[in-house]
Design a protein around this ligand. Sequence first.
Ligand SMILES: Nc1nc2c(ncn2[C@@H]2O[C@H](COP(=O)(O)OP(=O)(O)OP(=O)(O)O)[C@@H](O)[C@H]2O)c(=O)[nH]1
Ligand SMILES: [Mg+2]
Ligand SMILES: [Zn+2]
Length: 321
Amino acid sequence: MAKSDNEGTVIRHHLGHYVVQTADRVVMCALSTRLRKQLEYPEAAPGSRRRRVQSVRRVRVIDPVAVGDRVVFSEGADNRGMIREVCPRSNKVSRRASGGSYREQLLATNVDQVVPIVSADEPVPDWILLDRMLGIAEWQQISVALCLNKLDLADEAWADRVMRPYRAMGYPVVYTSIISDVGKEAFYDLLRGKITLFMGASGVGKSSLLNWLQPGLQLRTGPISKATGEGIHTTTHTELVALDRGGFVGDMPGVREFYLYDISPEDIPVLFRDFHPYLGGCRFRDCAHVHEPNCAVRTAVDDGDIALQRYESYMRLRERP
Ligand SMILES: Nc1nc2c(ncn2[C@@H]2O[C@H](COP(=O)(O)OP(=O)(O)OP(=O)(O)O)[C@@H](O)[C@H]2O)c(=O)[nH]1
Ligand SMILES: [Mg+2]
Ligand SMILES: [Zn+2]
């Protein structure tokens, strides 16, 4: 029987159990079938740029409780508990789940910032993937800082060149290398006092960076496959890690795609910060910035004020959000 009601933060989800951290202990919680069903009802994303009424049947979430969720639970014996309630979220980072059905996959909730990580070497940077990660954060209006890792394997002039458009948009950028020990203090400054989610493809070094930032942590890391030049999907569960220097960081499994969930093509332009100065300047109010004459966005691309690579990402996201 339950002893008392308590509140805590979900720091990990593993094999049907949610690991909940309270002020003084860790409790392994389950989620009742009844609450699971209730939570699977759609909700307009809090803080999202548009709140929309959705059809119950159309929308489904794979797992309704995510790392970062504040939950109320009742506690039984042996540090085991049952989640009774999920507290309202300040935001959620989610993507469209892979597979055939149109479902949402929550990656984390209640985060202060998102740090997309790109590797300067293998796996080679996927700029569209980066722009999708940025889009997910922009949709929820979550702060973003970028990390370019494995700088020991790259030339700094190249790094400056590829990061220039992102710096120009106002995103802070940190260069890191766990091999040459570059960027640690700047990273601590970025993370201190905040709840951050590391995002990125498998093998970019999310877990390695955390081990480097928090000595003694020992998260599992894996090699880059010689055959594919990509990571081998070492991390299998999202986990929130506390840093001694302050702050919490969510390490997540690397994914191949960040398809946007419940975002339609007309919503895409606002997710591109570098488009903002030009939105509203087109001849047609409903300009899609594709073929229309007198399009301010396309003029900015032609003039080099918007990077062509970003415009190409935009076109890809429009075709397939
Ligand atoms: N040269 C170099 N290698 C690095 C650096 N950071 C990470 N690596 C290597 O990159 C590989 C992948 O690192 P992981 O930390 O497992 O990558 P991950 O992003 O956590 O990957 P998943 O868990 O699969 O999503 C490992 O072999 C690391 O040693 C770096 O700064 N420089
Ligand atoms: Mg990992
Ligand atoms: Zn236009």
